[in-house]
Design a protein around this ligand. Structure first.
Ligand code: URA
Length: 434
């Protein structure tokens, strides 16, 4: 087999066979296939697409390119949750303690963020002492003991995806549904869970800008997971404005703890309840959606979810006093207010623009090697559908380094679209695909 012939085959619109895909992935991972040939193939895939069978074969091949974790020593059905990424998305940290409080084991491997805000791991690291690098043994032991562990990636999961993703990023071939689906699912399948619950975001702050594309991606990932014998469900949720009120690492941790105390913002809690219900169903909880929702609500009302969060912090060496004393978290030196320049109703808050403002203040990474300033970010004082007067507070911006302050403040103001008619607050949940 020669790579040049396979590039030509895809260029001419023909599907690749399983053995051909395996040849490409093995050859590229071990360095025998050079970057220039792989990027050429990726561009051919970008234009000519892959069919379902090719996408499933690509996913399996990337999954098998590295370690496949064995979580069988954890008792019960392990459900993983994955979000395609959004601004202010702290869902995992509210959801996992709630689900674990219902005695469903939650074993989650999370990533660091690139762009916008930090990832789940970065958010957790804003808690003093918290460790995010558990060995596989520590990880499984903790899930067996307290029902919940979140760690950075252990082992060498889907190295082919890591190499291909870097090339896609540099060759304008990220935005292809088969490449996105196989990239996400190869990592999820390698990380050893029995079932997968996906949160596919749609809107201006998401990879998928339209419902049509989000639906295609969600259906494809569900198909891949189910055809490889992992029960997979996808929720399509809206990412047209930031999720919740807080964007930035410490600020989001405060919002998480508030949510676990029963004071979470409406949109965040709607999403958490929906994903939680789907996760419990994936884990085999044999109850109606309404009953599961009621049990999840009860985990907040009776404090068991907050207790689970406390146990989780304690197990991973985080300072548990943070639960009652937010001043333990890294904070910004200065706060600036962004006020409305007109009266009206908020039609839209561009999530990507708020995310960018937080990133240039240091809350996210532009490049992989950048460090994160945990204390900075943006807290919204208004959400879509809210009414505001001229001069009323729209958002508060938390700043340490004044260098990009003016740009961040003007970006935050520009993210708001205010109109002179009423705007309805819509549901976060657009579709559930099983
Ligand atoms: N996230 C991934 O892991 N891969 C993609 O291709 C896109 C988003």
């Amino acid at each position: 087999m020669r790579m040049i012939d396979l590039i030509a085959k895809k260029r001419d619109g023909l599907p690749l066979e399983k053995e051909e895909i395996d040849f490409i992935i093995k050859g590229f991972t071990c360095g025998e296939i050079p970057d220039y040939q792989m990027s050429s193939l990726l561009m051919a895939i970008y234009f000519n697409k892959m069919n379902e069978e090719e996408t499933i074969n690509l996913t399996m091949s990337m999954r098998d390119s590295g370690d496949i974790l064995d979580l069988s020593s954890i008792k019960g059905i392990k459900v993983d949750k994955h979000s395609t990424g959004g601004v202010g998305d702290k869902t995992t940290l509210v959801l996992m303690p709630m689900v674990a409080a219902l005695n469903i084991p939650c074993a989650k491997m999370s990533g660091r963020g690139l762009g916008h805000t930090g990832g789940t791991i970065d958010k957790m690291e804003s808690i003093p002492g918290f460790t995010t690098s558990l060995s596989l043994d520590e990880f499984t032991k903790q899930v067996n003991e307290i029902g919940l562990a979140i760690t950075g990636q252990t082992g060498n999961l889907a190295p082919a995806d890591k190499k291909i993703y870097a090339l896609r990023d540099a060759s304008a071939t990220v935005e292809n549904i088969s490449l996105i689906a196989s990239s996400i699912m190869s990592k999820k399948l390698a990380s050893g869970a029995d079932a997968i619950c996906l949160d596919v975001k749609v809107g201006s702050g998401a990879f998928m800008k339209t419902m049509e594309d989000a639906t295609k991606l969600a259906k494809l990932m569900v198909k891949i997971g189910n055809s490889l014998n992992k029960k997979t469900i996808a929720v399509i949720s809206e990412m047209d404005e930031p999720l919740g009120m807080a964007v930035g690492n410490s600020l989001e941790i405060i919002e998480v703890i508030e949510a676990l105390k029963g004071r979470g913002p409406k949109d965040l809690m709607e999403l958490v309840m929906c994903l939680g219900t789907q996760m419990c169903k994936c884990a085999g909880l044999n109850k109606s959606d309404n009953e599961i929702k009621r049990m999840l609500e009860e985990s907040i009302a009776n404090g068991s979810a907050l207790n689970k969060f406390r146990e989780f912090l304690n197990a991973q060496d985080g300072n548990v006093d943070v639960i009652n004393d937010y001043s333990i978290l890294p904070t910004a030196k200065s706060k600036y207010e962004v006020k409305s320049v007109k009266e009206g109703c908020i039609k839209h808050i561009k999530a990507d623009v708020i995310g960018h403002a937080s990133m240039i203040l240091g809350g996210g990474r532009e490049k992989k090697e950048d460090s994160i300033d945990f204390g900075v970010g943006v807290v919204l004082n208004k959400k879509r559908g809210d009414y505001c007067k001229k001069g009323e507070l729209l958002a508060t911006v938390y700043v340490n380094d004044e260098k990009n302050k003016e740009q961040a403040l003007s970006e935050v103001l520009s993210a708001f679209t205010i109109v002179n008619h009423e705007v309805l607050k819509e549901s976060m949940i657009k579709k559930i695909i099983e």
